[in-house]
Ligand binder design. Structure first.
Ligand code: P53
Length: 474
């Protein structure tokens, strides 16, 4: 019958997309700070164009973002007013370790998050903390090459030990790496990788992936040692690949494409490299350096739950004539003739959400947690400053209904749902402010103009009602 009593309704953000205050209280620079808005953004996040410092002539939206660093009390108060049971946020690594390889953490960074968590606690909001949401200290990229280097495991371990110890009793739900499979699509964002001319990019990506996977298992181990109450999840950018037709070759291709993404979660959840991946890596001539100790860590410290983002399904085909691709997505997809798309070309598929949830639950048999879902859209406030975002309400209603079907009809075990960008924030993919997801409007534009004033949208009251009725009143 419906969602569980203690279902964790809420919203999600990431440090670099909302905090701003990039140089305040000792914070160091991270990869995500130096990705500007504009044409070159995609080649930068893909690791093809090297940008490791601010350069003249560019606008860097993460520098100020929506300045949540100075507005978090006001923002969390609004989340509480909507009835949030949980708030997903990420820690900016460079607030805790500004360079990444220090021995001692930055107290001011820790104090910031401690107060933020205490603010949540006052309202009975359970924090859900992403340890790294695409961020990597710039110093670790310059000195060590980011996650291509095994030493990253050690630096990450230092970070997580500090976090688990300091925030024991305040935080129980942790995610190790946001959208860990994004390393394949946006390796600078996912792992601080910048490629040298002529190097074997696949080799580098999979070696870096191995380091992240081991770091994730190690973090899971430490989390459980520090506090057996801790619940640690992996995080997948999900969304099934559909075969364009029932032609067996198309079906087979769809399975292959899904496995590219499942690979990471297979390791994090089942504890070993899946057979198909070992074979594929061997055929591709990719030789991952791994130790016996790594394999034992992976095996013994699997995740407690499976979290994922879902925005869209994807389509693959073996027919070269069917090459009409969707725009605006890091994940390339063929156009699905049955679906409408958002203003950014993301195909809208609520039933695909249910199918994806079922596929994940069938495969892992562990509780799921939807930690991102939502519609990026242009909002136009009326004269009174009010946004009537019925399109967003429609999107969310249909997706929450599909999620409910997965729980009620199909029996999926689901811990909670946090919609993406519950307050407007900077887009990860494009760097835009005008691609908005929030229930709360923030007065700021793509060029950084605006008062940063927060205003409730129509969806604010709608979501409040959804939470109050535990998903019954959509
Ligand atoms: P934006 C695509 C591209 C970049 C990040 O995306 C993505 C995706 C979706 O699969 O992942 C997540 O801001 C990510 C968030 C991000 C959100 O999707 O490009 O975890 O950081 O903001 C939405 O519209």
């Amino acid at each position: 019958m419906g969602f569980r009593e203690d279902f964790l309704w809420g919203g999600a953000t990431a440090a670099n997309q909302c905090e701003g205050a990039y140089d305040v209280d000792g914070r160091g620079l991270a990869n995500v700070d130096v990705v500007p808005i504009g044409e070159e953004r995609f080649s930068i996040i893909a690791g093809k164009r090297k940008m490791l410092d601010f350069e003249d002539g560019y606008f860097y939206p993460a520098k100020e973002a929506i300045d949540m660093y100075h507005h978090y009390k006001e923002d969390i108060k609004l989340f509480a007013e909507m009835g949030f049971k949980t708030y997903r946020l990420s820690i900016a690594w460079t607030r805790i370790f500004p360079k990444g390889d220090e021995r001692e953490p930055n107290e001011k960074g820790l104090a910031f998050y401690e107060d933020l968590f205490k603010t949540c606690q006052q309202y009975g909001i359970e924090p859900l903390v992403t340890i790294t949401h695409f961020d990597c200290p710039i110093h670790l990229i310059k000195e060590y090459g980011g996650w291509r280097n095994r030493k990253m495991i050690e630096f990450y371990e230092r970070l997580v030990r500090v976090l688990f110890t300091r925030f024991k009793g305040l935080v129980k739900y942790w995610l190790t790496f946001n959208e860990i499979n994004m390393i394949l699509h946006a390796p600078f964002m996912g792992a601080g990788l910048v490629f040298e001319d002529g190097e074997n990019e696949q080799q580098v990506k999979y070696q870096a992936s191995h380091h992240e996977l081991v770091a994730s298992a190690l973090a899971t181990k430490v989390a459980h040692e520090v506090d057996p109450e801790n619940m640690v999840g992996c995080m997948l950018a999900a969304g099934l690949n559909y075969p364009y037709t029932c032609k067996p070759e198309d079906v087979f291709l769809a399975q292959q494409k899904d496995r590219e993404n499942y690979f990471f979660i297979d390791v994090q959840s089942r504890g070993e490299y899946p057979a198909y991946a070992l074979k594929e890596l061997e055929r591709a001539g990719i030789d991952i350096e791994m130790t016996e100790e790594d394999l034992a860590l992976l095996k013994n410290h699997t995740v407690d739950f499976i979290s994922f983002s879902y925005y869209s399904s994807r389509v693959v085909t073996t027919d070269p004539k069917l090459n009409e691709q969707t725009e605006g997505n890091i994940f390339a997809s063929v156009k699905n003739p049955y679906l409408e798309a958002s203003e950014w070309g993301w195909q809208i598929d609520p039933l695909g959400f249910r199918t994806t949830m079922n596929a994940l639950y069938d495969r892992y048999q562990k509780p799921l947690f939807v930690v991102e879902n939502g519609l990026g859209a242009i909002d136009t406030p009326d004269e009174a400053g009010y946004v009537k975002d019925d399109y967003r309400i429609d999107y969310l209603r249909e997706h929450i209904q599909a999620m409910k079907d997965a729980v009620e009809i199909d029996g999926v075990d689901l811990l909670g749902y946090t919609s993406w960008g519950c307050i407007d924030l900077v887009s990860a993919g494009t760097g835009e402010m005008k691609k908005r997801y929030g229930f709360i409007y923030v007065d700021r534009d793509n060029a950084g103009n605006g008062t940063l004033k927060r205003t409730k949208k129509k969806s604010f009251d709608w979501y409040k009602k959804v939470i109050a009725s535990n998903g019954e009143d959509l």
